[in-house]
Write a protein that binds this ligand. Sequence first.
Ligand code: GLC
Ligand code: GLC
Length: 664
Amino acid sequence: MIALKLDSTKNATTGDIAKRGGDSRAFVALQRMLPALEAFWESEGAEQAEIDEVMERLQRHWPRLFGLLVELYGDKWDFFYHLEQILMTMVRGWRMRDESLRETDRHRMNNPGWYTSEKLVGGALYVDLFSENLGRLRDQIPYFQKLGLTYLHLMPLFAVRPGNNDGGYAISNYRSVDPRVGTIEDLKQLAESLREAGILLVLDFVFNHTADDHYWAQQAQSGSEEFADYYFIFADRTMPDQYERTLREIFPTVRRGSFTWHDGMQRWIWTTFNSFQWDLNYRNPEVFRAMLAEMLFIANTGVDILRLDAVAFIWKQMGTMCENLPEAHKIIQAFNACSRIAAPGLVFKSEAIVHPDEVVRYVGEDECQTSYNPTLMALLWESLATRDTKLLQRSLARRHKLPQRTTWVNYLRCHDDIGWTFDDEDAAAVGINAYHHRHFLNAFYTGQFEGSFARGVPFQHNVDTGDMRISGTLASLAGLEQAIEQDREDLKELAIRRILLLNASMLSVGGIPLIYLGEEWGALNDYDFVKDPAKAGDTRWVHRPKMQWTFLDELGDDGSIRARIFTSLQKLIAIRKKTPAFAGLEMELIATESSQLLAYVRAQAANRVIVVSNFSEYPQTIDSNRLRTAGMGRFFEDLYTGETITTAKDVQLEPYQFLWLHRV
Ligand code: GLC
Ligand code: GLC
């Protein structure tokens, strides 16, 4: 027997329902579905304890979920049918969840906000490029431990369409792994080994689109109306033309506009990204339910953090940009509520590479608990180019804070391009013309600007608007490629310092640092991608090089550049993980006389660290009074070098030097 705890609603009359508003409707709806639930538990022979556990969470989160679903789908004539399907999908998901994952769930429910810990340090990689397959990846766990990683994001590894698959983002089956890298069983085993090694597993939930050869898309192609309704399919250009009046082009070098003509179907398909990635239609509640089932399947392989891909695009509305619409948030919140019920240990990470005002709207305990921080990423590069941190400081002062129990994922490079997504008014406030500045940054990072050290490559240059994004590895963008080519020791030294400076910023400013693997030893751009026809059209492959295991042999040799970057990063990570001040996001900027410096205090209870960074190739001085006041002391130890710093006189920073100061 299943008993709903809110007994007062049991015999609710219409009058009661009206009084109690949405909540009581939620409970009445739930009550009406109890027979279906009971039949399910019975047919499964489930234990009472297991039923009680999920029912308790269901009652807690159901009102919120119900409210969201009513707003999204309440006007459908068969709403109640969909509601029941969604409910059954959740309990089936819970039923399929291994006991070991449920253990973790319980532990995390007792430790809310666990992901804001200073102990989290992430790495991201493509399985095939890093270690060929999942089995061999498991053998590399000691490597991740050596570096100090506690979070591993595997780029999409599910079955994909043949040929170009956008680095795994064109998924043809969410329930099988690309046979070239392994099987679902391998994935589960890897998840288990990672868990034993204290490393979280992060996978993508690519839910804005499927590949054109996904079963649903194939059914649509063979004329199924039911499945055609999973996508946005148009008989002629009327609607696409109307939509395009207000759409932004995301991949303009792939194809103009956001729609693709399908010859077989003689129809236009909505394809925001590549022409083979079909956008899903979340106005159809069946799509929500079907993707919920896929989400829970993925979660149950042993995923700790789910990266929600391309969140901005999941809802369309004629006459708008079809980005960041209120319903997109509701869909994600509804997925969040479902996961609280069926996979409660799971955490979401938002991938919204949009205007900073919009990025934060996805962040919340009830939406995405963590989010990429594209603004910090872009502004760190901006500061490196300009040797000036004023725009970065302004942004940190106003935009770094997030709601309780949420956090940033900070990164320098990822598998994608760099877009200059800072706010134009922030720029204007510090005397920068955003339009010209973006042109300057593009010129600088593609090496077109005189004196530039960077070797980036343009991505998605839009000839109409002049917009462009930048591809390139951390090391190549920071000057190492140029320095090696010119064989100049002085330039190599500066490049290495820039790389470490950016890493030290990412590791200390607040949020989970995320390293794109290869960065840890200074991987350079790999121009060979042009030889592969499936990759040649997409310059992002320039910064997705294959792991060169032989390079690691050099790690013993202290003189090599790779060894120096690796061991320095390893050290920074180790310090971060044992310094409580680096947990959470609490951060206070310290004003300095030079805008080439960036200085802030990180504090957690009594543990305080002052971070001072010099973003220029010239020495800078910081006033010792400021350090004394901010650090509440007169003598400090630099956690990185171990040197003692006295504030008897002003403190000098060498070119690109950073200090992590702790009072002694
Ligand atoms: C995300 C991915 C990117 C991909 C796009 C389409 O933005 O990070 O690599 O191209 O979504 O899935
Ligand atoms: C756009 C999208 C982002 C995606 C990127 C891929 O910037 O907003 O979601 O990752 O394109 O290049």
